[in-house]
Ligand binder design. Structure first.
Ligand SMILES: [Zn+2]
Length: 261
């Protein structure tokens, strides 16, 4: 069974893409994408498929952003289609937004936030654009929605992410949280590597979920992109104040960061 063929066929049906060997190119961002089915399971009444995807962009991600998605369907093709759809609507849409930092978009599907970090070893603040993708979910009898789960997985990891933001570099974060009964499985990757602080924070969120009688899975994807912008005047004043404090006392040698929308 040529599953890869199926993913390539799905991609080829998307408006505006061109084919390049076993990859497709999304325009106008020129994102190169490959996809492959890595696992499929047949259950009595449905199929589950796990598919791996890699997106490469010359500027944003020359080494590629690896991701995978799980899909369900009544048959194998439907399950592959579902996994592909999940990835296109979550990770790829977020990556596409991050490739166009100067374009304002009002599609409402990717949340753009501004963040400023002041790395400990420098006097120079970094202004970041965060592109936060949609919270995506899948569940079998996953309960009544439970408590506070719709805050988003990224909210849970933003606090510990500041330590990754000391240097201006592109960072992507992939979070997947699954709970089956009382069993919690948290996955968090930063730039294709498992990221322990994020896993720890997500695990806490998973244990705090209530009302899960079957399986609940949530996933979210984010790209953080450094900009050349200066902090806004009102923020610059706060940064100057904090710098003065920091220079006055060794005890305040902590990363300082703040959000803005
Ligand atoms: Zn948009």
């Amino acid at each position: 069974m040529a599953h890869e063929q199926t993913i390539a066929e799905l991609f080829a049906r998307i408006d505006g893409v061109t084919l390049d060997g076993d990859a497709v190119i999304f325009h106008p961002e020129e994102i190169r994408v490959t996809g492959a089915v890595c696992d499929s399971t047949e259950h009595p009444d449905h199929f589950v498929v796990a598919a791996a995807f890699t997106a490469t962009h010359p500027e944003l991600a020359p080494d590629g952003i690896d991701d995978f998605a799980v899909g369900m369907g009544d048959n194998l093709e439907e399950a592959i289609f579902d996994a592909t759809r999940v990835w296109l609507e979550g990770a790829l849409l977020t990556i596409r937004h991050a490739c166009k930092p100067d374009e304002e978009c009002d599609c409402g599907l990717v949340d753009k936030q501004e963040m400023v970090t002041l790395p400990v070893d420098t006097q120079r603040p970094i202004v970041w654009d965060f592109y936060i993708g949609a919270m995506q979910g899948m569940g079998i009898n996953d309960g009544d929605g439970g408590n506070n789960e719709d805050q988003g997985l990224m909210q849970a990891v933003l606090g510990v992410l500041s330590r990754e933001l000391g240097q201006p570099r592109v960072i992507w974060v992939r979070a997947i949280l699954t709970r089956y009964g009382t069993e919690v499985r948290a996955e968090c990757m930063v730039n294709n590597e498992p990221w322990a602080p994020g896993i720890y924070m997500l695990d806490k969120v998973g244990h705090a979920w209530t009302g899960v009688s079957g399986m609940r899975m949530r996933r979210q994807f984010m790209v953080c992109r450094p900009t050349d912008r200066d902090p806004r005047p009102e923020i610059a004043a706060q940064i100057a104040e904090r710098l003065t404090e920091r220079n006055a006392s060794l005890r305040t040698k902590r990363p300082w960061w703040q959000f803005w929308k």
